[in-house]
Design a binder for this molecule. Structure first.
Ligand SMILES: Nc1ncnc2c1ncn2[C@@H]1O[C@H](COP(=O)(O)OP(=O)(O)OP(=O)(O)O)[C@@H](O)[C@H]1O
Ligand SMILES: [Mg+2]
Length: 448
């Protein structure tokens, strides 16, 4: 067990440190609150044992700052005899325990033992809870919110069947992840999961990608090629962006769904396929129906089971879970030790609106993990757009506000491109460094 001992009186500090070291603890020490916080940021400990009254940075302030870094850190506060109100304040602020000075060293050992037992229990509980969650989890999909749990319960129920599933939701909400979850929870899990994006390919190519073609079916078709439907035989086909499927392919897809067979382009020989169809779209399909851009017969075929993935702003309680999930994933992938976020950074991330949904949160966290020079991610590691979302600078806000908005944006972009070097940013903007500095002050942007 590693203990950080904080006291501004050297004799007292050495007495306690020496005593604990002799009892087999690993001991770090600091002479004031600020130094203690530095040490704690640099090196995690199991317990902070701190004096309450120290010049400058009190034990209570240290407690608060340490909890911002590691919310579950155990802290024992030492208060002077007769200052019970300090002890009460410490416990209220989240201290694990308090001791009065002069210290009774046996009592100290006893209290440390209690902290250790409690930590062990908390650790075991956490493991139990994790094991329990594991059993109710759909592979890889994070979400404890009611709306997400509803979606996941549908995933589990529908996975067992061969029903066509239509997955709907805004961009970046996790539609593809849900499609994968369904496939791997289904009896087709051993079979292939083949994906095709209907919006990414030109019409002609899309057709032969889907259904394949015979040799000589069109110029450039030098050899026979199997389409994705054939490749997905025995598994699932994920048709992404189904709202962008061109009309004549909608007809062909409908036929496949009815007949369970395909014809390669340039052939009239039907081929049986055993494929489960999963489709996704961010489009308002009902609007497309009205405009005649999506066939209603296909719509009803696809719409057997619909899973709606809610946007992140409608399930904000999932943000902390996703945040921690991405933090540990990117820390691992980048070989970095990340011990958490500063309180400001965490609050900013919890407050932000995420128009790009989970993908945006994922990107923000990855960027921060890559950028940070610290083991703790701070406000400076977050993109400006997240730190201060764009104020309304539309026409309605008036010309001055719009000009200001444009200036802010251009200055930020220039600074980003110039790696924060003001001389270079001023050059990029075509203004003098003096004017740039003035504008940075004016817009409060200089904080980096
Ligand atoms: N609930 C979640 N748990 C963990 N990761 C998630 C979750 N939802 C989304 N992600 C991650 O966010 C990213 C975007 O998800 P995905 O590609 O599935 O979204 P999408 O809805 O298909 O987006 P688009 O409409 O833009 O194609 C992926 O990297 C995915 O792993
Ligand atoms: Mg997608």
């Amino acid at each position: 067990m590693k203990i950080l001992v904080v006291d501004d009186e050297p004799a007292q500090r050495e007495l306690v440190s020496g005593f604990l070291a002799r009892h087999g603890f690993e001991v770090l020490s600091a002479g004031d609150g600020r130094e203690a916080l530095e040490r704690f940021r640099a090196e995690p400990v199991d317990l902070i044992l701190t004096d309450q009254k120290m010049p400058g940075f009190s034990g209570l302030q240290l407690l608060e700052a340490a909890r911002a870094v590691t919310p579950e850190i155990a802290v024992i506060v030492m208060t002077a005899y007769g200052t019970i109100e300090h002890a009460v304040a410490a416990i209220k602020a989240g201290a694990s325990d308090y001791l009065t000075k002069p210290l009774n060293l046996d009592e100290l050992l006893h209290r440390i033992g209690q902290v250790r037992d409690r930590q062990r229990l908390v650790g075991e509980n956490r493991e139990l809870r994790a094991a329990l969650q594991e059993r109710h989890r759909v592979e890889g999909v994070i979400g404890e919110s009611g709306r997400m749990q509803e979606a996941l319960s549908l995933v589990r129920r529908v996975a067992a069947s061969d029903a066509t599933v239509l997955i709907r939701g805004e961009s970046g909400t996790g539609k593809e992840l849900i499609a994968k979850a369904i496939h791997y929870a289904s009896r087709r899990a051993e079979g292939p999961l083949v994906r095709i994006n209907c919006a990414a390919l030109p019409e002609g190519l899309l057709e032969s990608e889907l259904f394949g073609h015979e040799k000589g079916a069109f110029t450039g078709a030098h050899a026979m090629r199997r389409g994705r439907f054939e490749l997905a035989h025995g598994g699932s086909l994920f048709l992404d962006e189904i709202g962008d499927l061109p009309p004549h392919l909608q007809v062909k897809l409908l036929r496949v769904l009815q007949e369970r067979e395909i014809e390669r382009v340039g052939s009239s020989h039907p081929i049986q396929v055993d494929v489960r169809l999963l489709a996704a779209t961010h489009c308002d399909l009902e609007a497309l129906l009205k405009e005649g851009r999506f066939r209603d017969d296909l719509y009803y075929r696809l719409n057997v089971v619909t899973i709606s993935v809610p946007p992140l702003r409608e399930r904000r309680e999932d943000i902390p879970l996703l945040l921690d999930h991405f933090l540990s994933r990117f820390a691992r992938e980048n070989g970095k030790t990340i011990r958490g976020l500063t309180r400001e950074a965490r609050e900013t991330l919890l407050r932000y609106d995420y128009p790009g949904n989970v993908r945006e949160l994922e990107n923000v966290v990855e960027r921060a993990v890559v950028l940070t020079r610290d083991e703790v991610i701070g406000l400076a590691d977050l993109p400006l757009a997240v730190r201060e979302p764009e104020p309304d600078t539309g026409e309605a806000a008036g010309l001055p506000a719009a000009v200001e908005g444009l200036e802010r944006r251009m200055i930020r972009e220039a600074l980003a491109r110039a790696d924060g070097i003001q001389t270079r940013a001023a050059e990029l903007l075509g203004i003098s460094e003096r004017v740039l500095r003035y504008k940075l002050r004016k817009y409060g942007l200089s904080g980096g």
